[in-house]
Design a protein around this ligand. Sequence first.
Ligand code: 0X9
Ligand code: ZN
Length: 424
Amino acid sequence: MKIILHAFLLSAFVSAAAAGPFEQLRGRLALPAAPEPALDARPASYLAGDDRYWITVTADDKYDRTTLLNAGLDIVEIRKDTVLGFIARSEMDQLAAKGFIVKSRQTIQNYAEKHLKDFPAADAAYHNFKETAETLRKLAADNPRETSLFSIGKTVEGRDIWCLRINPSEKGLEPSARPAAFFMGNHHGREHLSNEVALGLAAHLLARKDEPEIRNYLDTLDIYIAPMTNPDGAEYDIQTGKYRWHRKNTRINSDKTIGVDLNRNYDSLWCQAGASHSPSADTYCGPYAFSEPETRAVKEFIEARPNLKTLMSYHSYSSLLLYPWAGKDVPVENEKDRKVFEAMAKGMTAFTGYRAQQSSDLYTATGDTTDWAYAARGIFAFTTELEGTTFYPGAAMIDKAVARNVKAAVYLLGVTGDPYKLLN
Ligand code: 0X9
Ligand code: ZN
């Protein structure tokens, strides 16, 4: 996601500004969808068989955006009266009947030609699965007193979901009475920056373990960092040496399409608003809640640790900090908890400069990590949408994003011991 209030777009789309579905339908008659573009002269052949389109489609508000998610649109950028994102061809063909105007569209092959960046050549600083595992192993080997490293489970393709534990007293799977914080990255394959931020956080905490503030957290908290929750998706995204804009895991679905959206697969109002039952959709919720080994691993990890108080799931992009509810358009009902969420969000965004808001103010989306973690376990769970204007913002973005988000994460550690003290 990305939010842009661009003056040009404001004027260009002013006629659609007040359009509800019926006006949009009339608009459709007056302004038919752009003709299908001729195939690019240099199509990205490595994407052959990927039938997604990159489209700009009318959407006036969060309700329209939620309807579009239901229709299978993978919303990537949000502008005043439109959204941009990927959608499978069969789903795109149904948008007009639902009253939405597709203002422009291009095949993912054409889109890719304009946005390509090689990986790892141009972005060698990013860590693929193997490099991520090696980095975690090295951090663990260099800090044997403070850390332990274990896998929380295997993916569809059998990769490990590695988790680094920072706790000098209890190691591995040993339970702890200390308040715990859990940081996760890379639920979505193409959001490689989120892996970097989680890895950068681990490196930062261990490099500064002798500074009094960090030492205090190491001595009193139980800290877990799993930078790559969806390693199959992250690897699939870079497998050809060129980015594929792959969001989901790599489950082969019943109709042979690839992937379930892990951030729609948790059991929180599963597959109601903002998710799709269509396997080809990028917001495909899976055949049932927790159908995927990756989300089941996270579920079992969290359920086995009643000491977890806070959780951060890093995503990209838009510079946002989001808190529940995501799946229903009402504030968290428990007033104390809502105030804690708001206070923590304020505290963290003071460091990142991101915008704090309730998730469903953006759009309603059911089945995400944070709603489930809060609903099922009472954990103060957040989604960070990192900065940038693309999923592939280049290597120069890593240090900046890590620096900002490490400060926010250290703030979160500071309130993990007793979240409700924020109410005083
Ligand atoms: O849609 C998602 O899963 C997250 N955004 S992303 O662009 N990284 O895919 C946002 C999840 C938060 N939920 C809502 N905004 N409702
Ligand atoms: Zn994401």
